[in-house]
Design a protein around this ligand. Structure first.
Ligand SMILES: NC(=O)c1ccc[n+]([C@@H]2O[C@H](COP(=O)([O-])OP(=O)(O)OC[C@H]3O[C@@H](n4cnc5c(N)ncnc54)[C@H](O)[C@@H]3O)[C@@H](O)[C@H]2O)c1
Length: 383
């Protein structure tokens, strides 16, 4: 399969990131089937047309149903708010389309399960955009853990902090409305670090959690303009999701995990950071310095022990880098999406879903559901 005809639904933040990736991926990775950017879909025709012109989409639709009816579309990319993932993914599977879905897979684990069943029944290729799995430094972290270089894992400690809703006048956009977003910082940021925990250390089996909302009302947005750059309109609306989520987890491997997510940590812009401690070593990662991985090894001679900073930009040794630049010529946020899309397109050609896929999305949703249950019950909850 030399070409894959793609439809993108949603042209906001992720629509832009994915459009960028579709337009470059096959130039950077010559073994990638070339995506033909067939159609971009959004509710506002003018907005969709602007994006089509900017990124080279061949046509525009305002109805996702029409997109799914098109015979010339092989794969759909769902870059829309969470409440639409279930309906669109089930319909896309029934229409025989391969699906790449943004995270979290769904707003509840029950929805996620139905989505997984739908893609399995339809035998279509399915992937989920847990793009941080495609950061070469995080892939190196997993390799070191798999090689036993950390020994037995004791701690997984993750924080994902942002600050973009700290102003109480920031409007109540869709991400602050439970009926659309499912949850707040939990589903938005927590989904990523729960997935990284699963990817690096394994399954979380039990959680205890605290969800909290500091700012309970916000100005209603003037129009639904997506999260960033929104303008306040008239009146106030309730915030029905968490501003912050803190939770502890017991893990199947015997490790313990702790997680903290918030969008009210002033000064933290996209601070997605973890530390892992094992019996023979530790790892530290922070997305704001995403080309680097810190590694402490007990195997070093005692006089030279200390955290070393590995620059993860060697094409000969580090995943995905050979497609990009020489050592030390760093990559950035957009590359993570290009790597996800590269894997998805190759998977379509191979006829086998990539990892992570809807199964991983469902398992992540199970953890998020348990976190919400625990915060409500005040008890440990099984995943
Ligand atoms: N992987 C990541 O790092 C990452 C980052 C941000 C967002 N996301 C996820 O991506 C998804 C979209 O988030 P975003 O930040 O791009 O949001 P956004 O608000 O910027 O864009 C959402 C888009 O969906 C469109 N849309 C809404 N309803 C629609 C409908 N009925 N039919 C067609 N289009 C419709 C909107 O017009 C808009 O273009 C969410 O699931 C979010 O959690 C993932």
């Amino acid at each position: 399969m030399k070409e894959v005809n793609v439809a993108l639904i949603g042209y906001g933040f992720m629509g832009k990131a994915h459009s960028h990736s579709y337009s470059t991926v096959a130039n950077i990775f010559p073994d990638c089937p070339r995506p033909r950017m067939k159609v971009i879909c959004g509710r506002d025709r003018t907005g969709a047309e602007v994006m089509a012109r900017r990124f080279g989409w061949e046509s525009v639709e305002t109805s996702w149903e029409k997109v799914l009816e098109r015979k010339d579309v092989h794969a759909v990319d769902l870059s829309v708010p969470g409440h639409l993932h279930h309906t669109l993914a089930v319909a896309a599977a029934q229409a025989g389309k391969h699906i790449l879905c943004e995270k979290p897979l769904a707003n509840t684990a029950a929805e996620a399960k139905e989505m997984l069943e739908a893609v399995e029944r339809a035998k279509v290729v399915h992937g989920i955009v847990f793009n941080y799995r495609c950061v070469p430094a995080i892939m190196l972290a997993r390799q070191l853990i798999e090689e036993g270089r950390l020994g037995k894992i004791y701690h997984f400690r993750a924080r994902y902090l942002q600050d973009w809703i700290v102003d109480p006048k920031f409007p109540r956009v869709w991400r602050l409305d439970k009926s659309q977003a499912g949850s707040g910082a939990l589903g938005d940021l927590g989904a990523h670090i729960v997935d990284l925990c699963r990817y690096l250390v394994g399954e979380v089996v039990e959680v205890t959690a605290l969800l909290h909302t500091f700012i309970k009302e916000r100005p209603l947005p003037e129009a639904d303009q997506g999260a960033w750059g929104s303008v306040s309109g008239e009146g106030l609306g309730p915030v029905t999701v968490d501003d912050t989520a803190l939770f502890l987890g017991r893990m199947a491997c015997g490790a313990v995990a702790n997680f903290e997510v918030t969008r009210l940590a002033l000064g933290r812009k996209n601070y997605n950071a973890f530390e892992i401690n094992g019996s023979r070593g530790s790892l530290v990662f922070n997305l704001e310095r995403m080309n680097e991985l810190e590694f402490y090894s007990q195997d070093d001679t005692p006089d030279a022990r200390g955290f070393r900073n590995i620059m993860v930009t060697e094409g000969a040794h580090h995943a995905f880098i050979s497609g990009w630049w020489p050592p030390g010529h760093t990559i950035g946020y957009e590359h993570t999406h290009t790597h996800v899309i590269y894997e998805f397109l190759k998977a379509i050609a191979a006829g086998k879903s990539p990892v992570p896929n809807f199964e991983d999305g469902y398992r992540c949703n199970l953890v998020l559901d348990a976190v919400e249950r625990s915060s409500a019950s005040g008890k440990w909850e099984k995943v």
